[in-house]
Design a protein around this ligand. Structure first.
Ligand code: NAG
Ligand code: NAG
Ligand code: NAG
Ligand code: NAG
Ligand code: NAG
Length: 507
């Protein structure tokens, strides 16, 4: 069975890859000038299904541009906020199961809303490159539909939020560029990469397509333009969960495990796991409002993985998903965070920093360590990780995450594991004084001491763990820390508040 799976997996990749080598079909029917094309509703081949909270999976009623009575008939309420969901490429020719989950989650969060599902299956069920070319026609259809809502139904597009997945994200972008007035927001959920990585603004999602564009990148693996998800930032806020390349719970081993339990049907579901994760992260943000994930701006994923980017100063951090603060920086900003393998995806981020002293020079690579954290609300033991470089008299910084909220940290245990069977011949040793910990979620900075009576503690390869305890009595630094934290919270949550006010005024 293993072989079969590998073959299917490879075929899946081949379909995507081979199609990428073909030339893109140019759409000659693109509008050349004026608005004369907009009123020709007969050309619209895309369908607009109004979904309901009671039956989020059913297509019960379609809005037909040009036919005003369909709006009344379908219960489209022009005073409510509207969400428009746009699917991606479809091999099966079916609406995928994530759509009804997203519909249900939107209604759960915003009960008084219109939720519309754009059905362009007729043009999405094709060779990938044809579907890519079709995004322009579908984008035009969606733009005509939105202009119709605005002109004929008096619907204000500042209340409208487009959510597009994969190719659908680019459809949303193309549509947003063609409407008379900008829509409030476009959320791109892992926008497709092949053919779009180097495409012009006009033909892909870009920041000018809505008042605010936020993007989740979850499957950007491989060389650019062959990667399933687009690698470049294309919005005002671009978030790369887990580096954006692969997602926890979507590994090949994990896939094999599921197949062993539930068989080969739905194999494509497993293959799409990291791509579709973008949608589930967004759904998570709608449903689990008490467990909002925070992403942090960082220049590179490597720097993020060393824990160097957990700052919230000057809008460097933001909520991921529905509650994102609508910050528009002039240059594109990549943001990173770690997540768990299943919903709720939130994890807590810590930067751990300590100095290793040694009389002799020694430099070691890829050293395994085990860390345990103890806090006021809980504990997390035996977190395994690898320190890439331990060199005498240098500071080591690394990122640690936990899926549980530990509250205020009180104690840390650090053990240097053996990396070979020959550890008994010679054990390396460093001396340590303290550990500095910065918590991303609370922005607190705390120092933990390993010293006993002023002596540095030995960190021995294959030896006993070193215990770091919260340093007491350092009131001045504590006060400073508290003030600092308040300041950070102030700037971070002020925006949240402004947004909330803005949100209520527009809905
Ligand atoms: C649009 O272009 C056509 C030719 O393609 C021309 O006849 C027409 O006058 C133009 N309309 C506007 C509004 O510029
Ligand atoms: C539209 O929604 C508003 C606010 O929920 C409600 O007061 C109004 O009755 C609704 N209109 C229709 C036609 O259902
Ligand atoms: C459409 O996109 C182009 C290219 O990015 C941009 O110059 C133009 O302003 C956009 N138009 C609208 C209405 O957003
Ligand atoms: C590390 O620093 C200590 C002083 O803090 C010094 O005595 C020692 O020689 C240094 N080790 C190396 C390898 O430079
Ligand atoms: C480890 O870090 C030290 C000091 O920063 C550096 O000199 C050394 O080249 C690094 N080793 C490796 C293998 O990267």
């Amino acid at each position: 069975m293993g072989k079969e799976v590998i073959c299917l997996f490879i075929i899946g990749i081949c379909i995507i890859k081979s199609s990428c080598e073909l030339d893109i079909i140019t759409d000659t029917s693109a509008p050349s000038n004026g608005t004369d094309w907009i009123v020709n509703y007969a050309d619209i081949k895309t369908k607009f299904s109004v979904r309901s909270a009671d039956e989020p999976e059913e297509d019960l009623c379609y809005l037909v541009p040009g036919m005003k009575d369909t709006a009344t008939h379908c219960g489209f309420n022009t005073t409510l906020p509207t969400f428009v969901i746009i699917h991606g490429w479809s091999l099966a020719g079916l609406l995928e199961s994530w759509i009804s989950k997203l519909v249900a989650a939107l209604f759960e969060r915003v009960p008084n809303a219109n939720v519309i599902v754009v059905d362009w299956l007729n043009r999405a069920q094709d060779h990938y490159h044809n579907s890519v070319a079709n995004t322009r026609m579908v984008g035009k259809d969606v733009a005509m539909f939105l202009n119709w809502l605005e002109v004929d139904l008096n619907y204000d597009l500042v209340n409208l939020h487009l959510l597009g997945y994969s190719l659908g994200a680019h459809v949303a972008g193309i549509a947003g560029n063609l409407t008379n007035n900008k829509v409030k927001r476009i959320t791109g959920m892992d926008p497709a990469g092949p053919h779009f990585e180097y495409a012009e603004h006009l033909y892909r999602l870009s920041p000018d397509d809505a008042k605010f564009v936020d993007v989740l990148h979850t499957y950007t693996r491989g060389s650019p333009d062959l990667s399933i998800g687009i690698q470049r930032p294309v919005g005002h806020v671009d978030i790369y969960p887990n580096g954006g390349t692969a997602q926890p719970g979507c590994s090949f081993q994990h896939t094999l495990h599921i197949i062993k339990d539930s068989g080969l049907h739905n194999l494509d579901q497993y293959l799409k796991c990291p791509h579709e994760r973008s949608v589930h992260l967004f759904i998570d943000s709608l449903l689990n409002t008490q467990q909002q994930s925070v992403a942090y701006r960082c220049n590179t994923n490597d720097a993020f993985n060393r824990g160097l980017c957990l700052s919230c100063r000057k809008n460097r951090c933001n909520y991921m998903g529905y509650d994102v603060n609508k910050i528009r920086t002039t240059k594109s900003s990549r943001m990173y965070l770690k997540t768990g393998a299943s919903m709720p995806f939130k994890v807590f981020h810590y930067q751990m920093k300590f100095h290793v002293f040694n009389q002799q020079y020694s430099s070691l690579n890829e050293q395994p360590v085990t860390v345990s954290l103890y806090g006021t609300h809980g504990e997390k033991e035996d977190i395994k990780l690898v320190l890439s470089n331990m060199t005498s008299n240098t500071t080591i910084s690394f990122l640690l995450t936990t899926d549980v909220n530990l509250g205020e940290l009180l104690r840390i245990k650090l053990q240097w594991d053996r990396d070979s069977y020959f550890y008994f011949l010679y054990s390396n040793k460093f001396l340590v004084r303290r550990m500095r910990v910065k918590a991303g979620e609370t922005q607190s900075k705390v120092i933990f001491k390993a010293t006993i009576d002023g002596e540095l503690a030995p960190l021995v390869q294959g030896g006993q763990p070193v215990t770091f305890t919260k340093s007491k009595g350092d009131q001045s630094s504590r006060r400073h820390e508290r003030r600092h934290r308040l300041k950070m919270h102030g700037s971070f949550f002020k925006h949240g508040l402004n947004d909330a006010i803005e949100g209520t005024s527009t809905s």
